[in-house]
Design a protein around this ligand. Structure first.
Ligand SMILES: *Cc1c(COP(=O)(O)O)cnc(C)c1O
Length: 542
């Protein structure tokens, strides 16, 4: 057999060891070891919290890669479970990234409440498959309930609506997905299918395909409009749905750094003048990945209503802000969306990976119904009838439990901490003469860059061309700041490219921070800026 190592080993794979794997640990000592490690997994990994961010062990990626080049599978067992777990704790964990550190403020992945690990373990232990009732029973029912709760958080229909739909086998308020990417894909899938009603011999696009749909409707092209801050998952959806990702059209942003409504309206007019092109959806972003900025949702809803266009809100990041009585108003207009994406593994603080998509119309998902005789029967609660994914874990159990443990107020506290800490952080950046705040935080994300005082004055008086030259030098320094800080392993911020000045034609390198860990405080943020300043001045002086 190729790729399989044959070797005489102390450990063997035979029927009796196989049985043990399915029953329980081999003996009392083994059981105790497993319990000990379980304790370490569940609580001990949190020891990381007080350590620093990076690879605790200084090792280059090249070196690391050299250690992982074995491409064969062992025939006999190499290790006992307890030893494997020990290895993971001793060797893998220290070389992974400590996303739980309060100094890790670069990405949308962060610390999670410790009980999430328990809930994840329970989900794995139960191993329910919510694709169908026969492998999940109450978990399919529970999923429908939590979907109704979050639907209510977003759309807030009356009691009667939820009484009608919460356990209705004929309707679906939303679905769980693997994340925001598949949630956005599902939303646009529905929007696409909705765009092509039956006509003549054409029944529907799901059955007859895109070519037949375009032909029947006398069209040549279908487009989606979203601000240039749109997440790249939308482009993937454009590719998969066959409309082409070049037809996910970026609309420029205005001085608020959200979608420019004048330019959007012009674009709509321009597209509608071409009778061969149709707009499939307009997307509002509720918390842009790079800047956290929220599009003017009420205005977008109005435009979509006037033109009869599907209105999708990508609230993968911002959705849970609705739980905060203090800040839910920022998402006003979301209730007018036709579909809404919300990630669980972002601001619901759930472990990887889980997302959701909701539809205002409880019948919207009928456009993608699929049955299989052996599994999903029509009219059942089989959740797999209307999902992109097939087999799927019961993530709803984690969300439902987390909401019980935290309460909406508990979530609100985390959200409010993020927003308010980001506001203070913005002030700190402004107070330091060597930094320039590039995007101020509407939610808990902001961007800034290093610009020495002298250069700031020069930039103020420079023309476009001169600014471009100066920015090229600054880009280089800001890239180095980000890299050197990351490599030092104490703190982590990320970087991206945005326009520093909206009149410019060019983007500049900016440092990006996402504040979602409740343990990240102002003292830590001062330390992070101090470190960046020291790195920057070191480069600048040399
Ligand atoms: C994160 C994000 C996505 C993609 O979600 P994944 O869970 O990474 O697939 C989509 N849209 C926005 C606005 C996001 O922030």
């Amino acid at each position: 057999m190729t790729g399989i190592k044959k070797e005489p080993d102390a450990l063997v794979a035979d029927r009796s060891t196989l049985h043990r794997v399915f029953l329980r640990p081999e003996d009392e000592t083994c059981r105790q070891t497993l319990v000990k490690y379980m304790e370490q997994i569940l609580f001990g990994l949190h020891d990381f919290l007080n350590k620093h961010v990076g690879v605790t062990e200084e090792i280059s990626l090249i070196k690391l890669a050299e250690e992982y080049t074995d491409t064969t599978i062992n025939q006999n067992p190499q290790k006992k479970l307890a030893d494997v777990i020990k290895d993971i704790i001793d060797e893998i964990a220290p070389r992974a990234v400590n996303v739980a550190s309060p100094y890790f403020i670069g990405h949308m992945t962060s610390a999670i409440p410790f009980f999430m690990v328990h809930l994840k373990a329970i989900t794995a232990a139960l191993n329910q498959n919510v694709i169908k009732l026969e492998t999940s029973k109450v978990l399919s029912i529970l999923e429908k309930q939590i979907l109704a709760k979050i639907h209510r958080m977003v759309f807030n229909f009356d009691d009667n609506f939820y009484r009608t739909h919460v356990q209705n086998t004929q309707t679906t308020l939303g679905v769980f997905t693997t994340g925001g990417t598949t949630a956005n894909l599902t939303a646009l899938w529905i929007a696409r299918n909705k765009l092509f009603p039956a006509k003549g011999t054409f029944e529907n696009i799901e059955k007859n395909g895109l070519f037949a749909a375009l032909k029947a409707h006398g069209l040549e092209r279908v487009v989606v409009l979203v601000s240039k801050r749109g997440h790249y998952s939308l482009k993937k959806a454009g590719g998969i749905l066959g409309i082409g990702h070049e037809n996910i059209i970026p609309v420029d942003i205005d001085s608020n750094r959200s979608i420019d409504l004048v330019k959007l309206k012009n674009k709509i007019r321009e597209i509608q003048a071409d009778k061969k092109t149709k707009i499939m959806a307009i997307i509002g972003i509720a918390g842009a990945t790079e800047t956290g900025i929220i599009d003017p949702l009420p205005e977008l809803a109005k435009i979509c209503k006037i033109h009869g266009i599907h209105f999708h809100v990508d609230a993968a990041w911002g959705g849970p802000v609705l739980l905060s009585e203090k800040y839910y108003h920022l998402l006003k207009g979301i209730e007018q969306a036709d579909s809404v994406t919300i990630d669980c593994h972002k601001q619901f603080y759930m472990p990887m990976s889980s997302g959701m998509v909701y539809f205002k119309d409880p019948k919207a998902l009928d456009r993608i119904v699929y049955h299989a005789k052996y599994v999903n029967r029509p009219g059942s609660v089989d959740l797999g009838i209307k999902t992109l994914e097939g087999s799927r874990e019961a993530n709803s159990l984690i969300l439902d439990s987390a909401l019980k443990i935290m309460g909406s107020r508990g979530y609100a506290l985390m959200i409010e901490h993020g927003i308010e800490t980001a506001q203070h952080f913005a002030k700190m950046i402004k107070q330091r003469p060597v930094f320039q705040l590039v995007t101020k935080p509407q939610l808990n994300i902001l961007t800034y860059r290093f610009v020495p005082e002298k250069i700031q004055k020069k930039l103020d008086y420079a023309d476009k061309k001169q600014r471009q030259d100066i920015d090229a030098i600054l880009d280089n320094i800001n890239k180095q700041i980000q890299r050197i800080q990351r490599e030092a392993g104490k703190s982590f911020v990320s970087r991206t490219r945005l326009k520093a000045c909206l009149d410019d034609d060019h983007d500049v390198v900016v440092l990006r921070t996402v504040i979602m860990n409740p343990m990240t405080d102002l003292k830590i943020l001062e330390e992070i800026l101090d470190e960046q300043e020291a790195i920057a001045l070191n480069i600048w002086d040399s």
